[in-house]
Design a binder for this molecule. Sequence first.
Ligand code: SF4
Length: 375
Amino acid sequence: MKFVDEFREAGVIAKASAEIRRLAGPHRHYRFMEVCGGHTHAIYRFGLKDVLPPNIELIHGPGCPVCVLPMGRIDDGLSIAQDSGVTFAAFGDMMRVPGTRGSPLEHKARGMDVRIVYSPLDALKIAQKNPEKHVLFFAIGFETTAPSTALTLIRARSLGVRNFSVFCNHVTIIPAIRAILDSPGMRIDAFIGPGHVSTVIGCRPYEWVAKNERKPIVVAGFEPLDILQAIIMLLRQLNSGDARVENQYARVVPWEGNRAALKAMAEVFELRPFFEWRGMGFISQSALKIKSSYAEWDAEQRFHVPGVRVTDPKAAQCGEVLKGALKPLQCKLFGKECTPEHPIGALMVSSEGSCAAYYNYEHRKSDLTTAGVPV
Ligand code: SF4
């Protein structure tokens, strides 16, 4: 297949759906976790649950980087910018994420110099053009975005740009999968593996999931047919008693990953002993910190970091939704106090957040249906 439309063609989707129904049969219940927030978004956007039989349950995983960031880290980044008068630069999906004293956009409205950038290199360029300012890039993301931060730091050092630093919040996917598997009461039959992260790390790091935990994992792309095909591959494995890593997204994901990206990450980052994940607590070796050889460009080594720890509002059930223990609709605040217009938790902010995806597609669809609008 060459074109996106071919991955969305109704006849092909109907065939895949029929094959899933045949493989799933009527007797067994299957619980598949899609690790990546991009998959959660695609599942709701394309209404894939409507073409699956009821005995296939999709559980949303922790693969939305904005959603797993604890509120204290947002407060810390904004405090550095406020206290030291530096320019705060971040990706657009960070801008409406609430901290205890407001989101970055609300800080901008109160006078802070806040910039939306499309890449860390854009933040570096702002620093180069404004040598009188210090620009702090608030870095988030899994291994998907960490290489671009690493390459930017390498560039900043080679160009000698000293009015630029990174507040590093990059996290790694494997310890998060481990934490989910270790969660008491968590029953997952298999994983739809993250497509974007795997373009960098490849498929080999998941082999322990299949070998030691006996859970099949299929790395998948983001088109409807990709996800349905991954489900077919998982069902085939489960029905034959297999547990292997398979790569449905081979047109993009190399089995061994992207060596150049991994090399850049190894040059700049090392593992933190512990890092807090929103709703999941502290997970060992689950995040990256900047090596001391790049200390001059590390905001945590250059500025005072308050080290704020904030617990989510009591009624918010972001943690349970993040771990897949609850569906978005089961949170008491969903669609009432917490909406995309007035988010309480980060899962309602990012387009990859399961609450926002559910609200924007499923919830609005049921609103329209109730109002008699064809959807
Ligand atoms: S509805 Fe809001 S508060 Fe509840 S889990 Fe989702 S983001 Fe968190």
